[in-house]
Design a protein around this ligand. Structure first.
Ligand code: PDD
Length: 284
């Protein structure tokens, strides 16, 4: 049984109870973060905190805890659960009030929840085999840059991928790939450039994406920040996704058509290793 954090308390997961009037439940009026844990330590935690603050600001959601307090809660939760490798989820909702669309009165306390998931991130079969992708229209709302818990379309898309025997879906808007259901998209062109879409309201500014871009420049690899079409991705030399839950996963097919020779590409493998080396060195 896991220990979770709820509004100041570390308690058993089956004792953690939230009101049915919590706005996270009624309206998905909540934001979240997911941080990877390796060797019992947090990966790129400062960057996750910065994105958390940005999400809170964009939603005009007040969280009366400073970064040192949030770090202490994360560390305590790792210790309570003896977590060596996996994930920590943090969710903040706009608190509890009788159902009413407009915001509750100022001073209504937010609901803060954290929980852990144990996961083998480094030794992953999907990282070895690569993943199969289908494409679907991007029917999400217009602020995909905010990390809200309103993930309904991502759930529908993942389920469709599963039913069609694939691992995930890439979302398409006006003929361009925006991102995966819960990850950012990269391709490698025939002449070795790494392409990923520039940041905008259409996609989440992935922490793994940002770190990988920094690693590309450190290692003299060429980056192009621009959108690409599905045709370009299908004809690419390599393709991969990034996220805190996967780090880097090769993409070996798109809509049933192999990418490159249908196996994880050499640059993708190298980038996964570079990211892992970075993550192991840069833990908090
Ligand atoms: N998902 N795009 C979307 C829509 C995401 O939900 C995520 C993360 C990413 C990658 O962001 P990062 O590199 O910061 O993890 C991109 C998290 C992991 C999840 O909901 O499980």
């Amino acid at each position: 049984m896991r220990t979770v954090y709820l509004n100041g308390e570390f308690i058993a997961e089956n004792e953690a109870k939230i009101s049915i009037f919590d706005r996270g439940f009624t309206f998905a009026d909540a934001i979240y973060e997911v941080t990877a844990v390796l060797q019992g330590k947090l990966v790129d935690f400062d960057l996750h905190l910065a994105r958390l603050r940005r999400s809170l600001d964009e939603m005009a959601l007040a969280l009366p805890l400073d970064n040192a307090e949030l770090l202490a809660i994360h560390r305590a939760l790792i210790a309570h659960n003896h977590l060596q490798e996996g994930l920590i989820y943090l969710q903040v909702s706009r608190g509890v009030e009788d159902r009413n669309f407009a915001f509750p009165p100022a001073g209504t306390p937010p609901t803060l929840v954290l929980y852990t998931q144990s996961k083998n991130i480094l030794a992953s079969p999907l990282a070895e085999q690569g993943i199969n992708i289908i494409s679907l229209p991007d029917l999400r709302w217009g602020r995909c840059d905010i990390k809200t818990t309103q993930l309904l379309y991502a759930c529908l898309a993942k389920e469709q991928a599963r039913q069609r025997g694939a691992d995930d879906a890439w979302l398409m808007k006006d003929g361009w790939i925006t991102e995966g259901t819960s990850n950012n998209v990269f391709i490698v062109t025939g002449d070795g450039a790494v392409v990923t879409r520039e940041l905008s309201r259409f996609l989440l500014p992935g922490i793994t994406r940002g770190t990988l871009i920094a690693l590309l420049s450190q290692h003299g690899l060429r980056l192009e920040e621009r959108a690409c079409t599905l045709d370009e991705a299908r004809e690419a030399a390599e393709a991969f996704i990034t996220s805190s839950t996967s780090f880097v996963y090769p993409v070996v097919s798109i809509d049933g058509q192999p990418v490159g020779d249908g196996k994880p590409g050499p640059l993708t493998r190298r980038l996964r290793q570079l990211y892992i080396d970075h993550a192991l060195a840069l833990t908090t």
